[in-house]
Ligand binder design. Sequence first.
Ligand code: ZN
Length: 320
Amino acid sequence: MSKAFASKGDLDPKTVSFTRLADNAYAYTAEGDPNTGVIIGDDCVMVIDAQATPVMAQDVVRHIRTVTDKPIRHVVLSHYHAVRVLGASGYGAQNIIASRDTYDLIVERGQQDYQSEFERFPRLFQAVETIPGLTWPTIVFERELTIWLGQTEVRLLQLGRGHTKGDTVAWMPKEGVMFSGDPAERSTTSFRFFHDAGRQGAATDAAVLPDGRLVIIYRKLGLWPIFTTSIAIADPSKLKSGAMLTSTTIAVVKDRRLAENYEGVAVQQDKGGLSLWLVSDDNLQDWQHSRLVRFHIDPAALRPSGLRPAKRAAPEPARP
Ligand SMILES: [Zn+2]
C-alpha cells in the first residue's frame, strides 16, 4: 500500500539534497517533501518557496551558505500553501513576493490552510512554535514580474491555474531553469465517487469558479425543446471516496431560441464581472447549431444561502 504524502503514517526522516541546476541555481529537495529553489544573483540570493517553519528555513540557509555568502534578499511564494510559506521569516529577506491571487488566498484562507496542513502533515512542521504568524507578501504582482539579480533575469509568471489560482513559476530564460511550485502533487491518488444528477440528464462539462466550486452543465433530451441545459453548482471539497456529489441548479436554458446541444462550459472573470460561456456545435446536422453564448452571473446567485435545491423539473408537456 502506498503511503500518503507526508501523512501521519509517513514519519521517516527524509534525506535532503542540494542539487546544482545551473551555475547560479540550486534545488533544495527532500524526497518529495516541499522543496525550495535557490537563485544566486550578482549581489543577492532569491529563494523560491520558504519551507513550513523558520527552523526548517534555517536548514535551507545552511545549504545556501555552502555555495555563497551573498544576502538572501527575495523570497518568492509559488502559492499560498502553509507548508511552503510559513518559514519565510527564517530568511530575513527584504522582499516577500507573490501574485495578487496568492495574496488574496492568504487573506481568504491562509489561517485555515495553516491549521488544516498542520493537522494533516505534522511531520512537515518542525518547530511549529517558531512560526510568527501568517506570511504576508510585501511585493504583489499581477500575471508577470521580471526581477534582475544583477545580470540574472528571473521572470515570475502566472501561467494559469495549477493546484491554486495563484500558482506562479519562476523562470530563468538564459539558464533554461524553471521552478514550478506544485502544478500537481506527487502521490495524488484517484478515488471513486458517485454523482446524483437529479433529473437534469447527463453532465456534459464542468468548469471551476473563482471560489473553487464547480459549475456543471447537464443535457436533457426532450421533444420541445430537444435539448434542455441545466447549469448547476457543486462543491468538490465535499468529495471523498464513495461519497455522493450533488449539485444545485442556478439556471435552466430551455427557451426555444437559445436551447441547443451545449457540451462545453467556461467561466471568465474580468472587469465586467463573472461570465459563463456555453458552446455547442452542429454535429453536421442541419437541425443543430454551432453557438457560443455568454451569460452574466449574478454573484448573489452563487452565495451558498442563495442556492436553491435542484427543482425536480416537471416533465415537458408533449406536443400534440
Ligand atoms: Zn501546494
